[in-house]
Design a binder for this molecule. Sequence first.
Ligand SMILES: NC(=O)c1ccc[n+]([C@@H]2O[C@H](COP(=O)([O-])OP(=O)(O)OC[C@H]3O[C@@H](n4cnc5c(N)ncnc54)[C@H](OP(=O)(O)O)[C@@H]3O)[C@@H](O)[C@H]2O)c1
Length: 291
Amino acid sequence: MACSPVTSLMHGKTCVITGANTGIGKAAAESLAALGAHVVIVCRNRERGEQARAAIFKAAQETGHGGEAELRVADLSSQSEVRAVARDILVAHPRIDVLVNNAGVALKRRELTVDGIERTFAVNYLAYFMLANLLLPGLRAAPSARIINVASGAHAGGKLEFDNLQGERRYKNVQMYASSKLEDVMFTYALARRLAGTGITVNTLHPGVVATEIWRQIAILRILSKWFMLSPEKGARTTVYLAASPDVDGVTGKYFDKCQPAKTTTLSHDETLQEKLWATSAALTGLEGGI
Ligand SMILES: NC(=O)c1ccc[n+]([C@@H]2O[C@H](COP(=O)([O-])OP(=O)(O)OC[C@H]3O[C@@H](n4cnc5c(N)ncnc54)[C@H](OP(=O)(O)O)[C@@H]3O)[C@@H](O)[C@H]2O)c1
């Protein structure tokens, strides 16, 4: 079943969305700003981010619902930059209604971040873990808040090998990407369990197979994307639904595909592994106290 357009207005709501200078994130930010939200986009490049901010603001102006767009610059592969941007956002916005962890990469070769962490793992998963934890004071200040982690149907091909979490022993690029998306799903379930009863919901999703720049390093997918994939606007629909629709008020710990709850793999539901992943992530980021 296809998603129906969300029409509920987002006046007075602050939505933080990462990786929103292009692709699914930018399309989602445009839709949320058009519904009247104050959208804070977190991007790593100031120039591309500013161009996106202007386009998102224009989309908001066209509907006349009072939406705003604000840019924060941070390279989410760097833990110090994640901490700094979270701190700055909380100062400017003590109340956050929606956090969309969306930024992602699909890399051809193994690369390390400034912190010495494999980059796919760092951007696609560890930054989601950090931002959700660090922005919790703002999310708690909202009457009800939503965290949305953009995962993928590719999680089904993911593995959770604690002796090869960062591809240290064996590195296959597509496998690394799939595993990072499995970690997003498992993190969503673990965080939802911790936040049960707080008024903060946490959900995850598959956006569809979408023609975006994510395939820039993987040639075959880049070529196929031109013919077979969804537009970013269609790919953003489930994200916008989870951020804004009253249908999902109070719904937490679920994975959605085409705006419908869907199943994830048996592995993703393993609570022992979810907790081991949490503890490993807390140790890698210094967020030992966690929630
Ligand atoms: N496209 C698909 O078919 C598909 C399918 C399933 C799931 N997804 C997921 O959807 C999400 C969005 O992907 P997309 O397809 O829209 O890809 P995209 O067009 O490549 O957008 C990814 C965004 O993440 C940003 N980003 C990457 N590394 C970053 C970093 N270190 N710091 C800050 N921002 C960073 C990119 O910024 P730059 O422009 O500066 O690189 C870009 O804005 C990802 O989580 C992806 O895994 C996509």
